[in-house]
Ligand binder design. Structure first.
Ligand SMILES: [Zn+2]
Length: 136
């Protein structure tokens, strides 16, 4: 049996509450919800994170995540959706199988952003953009 929790869930070796499936992706409920209706979307193929994933799996996961978000709006009363995907331990990733959190939101809920937006240094932003652009 795989040591990966989400591969175990996909194989049916660990129970989950599935809500949708496609050829490449599966959505199931997060049993440690950040908000009511919190779901996860994972690719069927094991891949550690978004940095390692094929474009097709990224596209399939985000498309299914959007469908789940629309269902949360129409069925659960969400008035917004926070999508999150963590890559690598330093970003807070704890299950090393790519997953997209779909977190239904409403005005005034208790979800807390991990940063307070503040204007950055324009020169520093330009410098980072140049280095990223060169690699893309
Ligand atoms: Zn896996």
């Amino acid at each position: 049996m795989s040591e990966c929790l989400f591969c175990q869930i996909l194989a049916g070796d660990v129970p989950s509450i599935r809500i949708a499936e496609t050829e490449r992706a599966v959505a199931f409920m997060d049993i440690y919800p950040a908000a009511p209706g919190h779901a996860l979307v994972v690719p069927r193929l094991h891949v550690e994170d978004a940095l390692a994933a094929a474009d097709e799996d990224l596209a399939a996961c985000m498309a299914l995540a959007a469908r789940v978000g629309r269902a949360a709006e129409s069925q659960l009363g969400a008035t917004g959706i926070t999508y999150l995907s963590l890559a690598r331990p330093d970003a807070g990733q704890t299950v090393f199988h790519l997953h997209v959190h779909v977190i239904p939101r409403v005005a005034g809920d208790e979800f807390v952003f991990p940063w307070a937006p503040a204007a950055g240094d324009p020169a520093e932003i330009e410098g980072h953009a140049a280095r990223l652009r060169a690699a893309l």
